[in-house]
Structures are given as C-alpha cells and as structure tokens.
Design a protein around this ligand. Sequence first.
Ligand code: HEM
Length: 185
Amino acid sequence: MKLRNTPSDYGLVARAFHWVTALAVFGLFGLGLWMTSLTYYDSWYRLGPWWHKGIGITLFVLIVARLVWRRFSPPPAPIESHKPYERIAAHLVHGLLYLLLFAVMLSGYLISTADGRPIPYFDLFEIAALPWAIKDQEDIAGTILLWLASSLVGVAILHALAAIKHHFVDRDRTLSRMLGRSQNH
Ligand code: HEM
C-alpha cells in the first residue's frame, strides 16, 4: 500500500485526505443546518457550535496539509479514456472545491469573531479575532456562509455523480483509484 501518489494511482495519504474531507463537509453542513433550528434551552444549543467550530478548524488544517502534500505528491495523470473537455471540467471543479472550502471557512471565522471574541478550539486554545469588525458582520457573514456552504455541497454532489457515472456507465478507473482498488480490479 503506497503512501504517495504514483503516475497512475492515488496513494493512501491523498485518499485519506479526500474521504475525511468529504465526511467532514457533509457532516458540518448537516450539523450547521440543524444548529439553526435549536432553541436556547436545547442542550445542543451550545454543544452544536462547539463541535462545529472544532471540526471546522481541524478541517482547515487538514486542507492546508492536503495542499502541501499535493505539492510533494502530485495527483496521478488523468485516465487515458477521459475526453479533453472532461479533463478540463474535472480540473476546474477540483479547483472550485478547494476555493469554496477556504471561502466557507473564512466566512465561518468572520461569524464567530464578529463580536471581537476569539474562537475556542475544543477548549484547548483560542484563535484570535481580528481587531476590527464591520457593522452586522455576524448576519452578513452568516448569509454568505449559507450560500457558499450550499454551493460547496451542491458542487460536491455533482462531482460525486460524475465519479459514479464514470464507474457504472463508462466503466473506467476514476472512482476505483480514489477508493484504493488496485489496477487489476
Ligand atoms: C464534500 C465532498 C468532496 C470534496 C470537497 C471533494 C474534493 C475533491 C478534490 C479537491 C479532488 C481532487 C483531488 C486532488 O487532485 O487534489 C477530488 C477527487 C476525486 N473525488 Fe472528490 N470530493 C468530495 C466528495 C466526493 C465523493 C462523495 C465522491 C464519490 C462518490 C468523490 C470522488 C472523487 C474521485 C473519484 C476523485 C478523483 C478524480 C480524478 O482522478 O480525476 N468525491 N475530490
């Protein structure tokens, strides 16, 4: 089992980064939506944001580590049977997913620090707030976060559907190599 990517396959590290990110994004989206329905007297009213922020900050570190790793271990070459427009589309979508991930996390930071207070990371340490904030920052950043997060999940679902189409219709190795199946399968 290879840690690094090879010219034809994703290694264990890239695959682990990918699936942990996917799980965290869908989980945080569900948790975030659910949090908006909680009332002050609900026991998860405070616990929900505590987990949401902790997992969100962990995800930020993971994405940065993932991009650093990507520099040292570039992704495998596109699959031969992919048409040129599919290669370009995949490239653009992957770039968009990274961009949306960072934009969502930035807007989350701006919501949590709108009142000038730092963000606690699992009660271990705190992430400082900016020394300034704009008027209604929490509401503005909250609306932006909802739009960006919905776009992220929407694009990720389309991306997943494309992978499933490659697997079942085109019968190529696009999904298999992200699942770590060897070339012979
Ligand atoms: C929020 C969820 C997801 C995000 C943010 C995401 C993001 C990404 C990114 C950024 C890449 C490019 C990897 C790189 O070269 O750096 C990638 C590749 C890939 N993803 Fe996802 N992904 C998500 C969910 C899924 C799901 C649910 C599936 C399948 C059902 C999937 C299947 C794949 C496959 C097969 C590749 C490899 C594509 C190729 O080799 O061209 N992804 N994903």
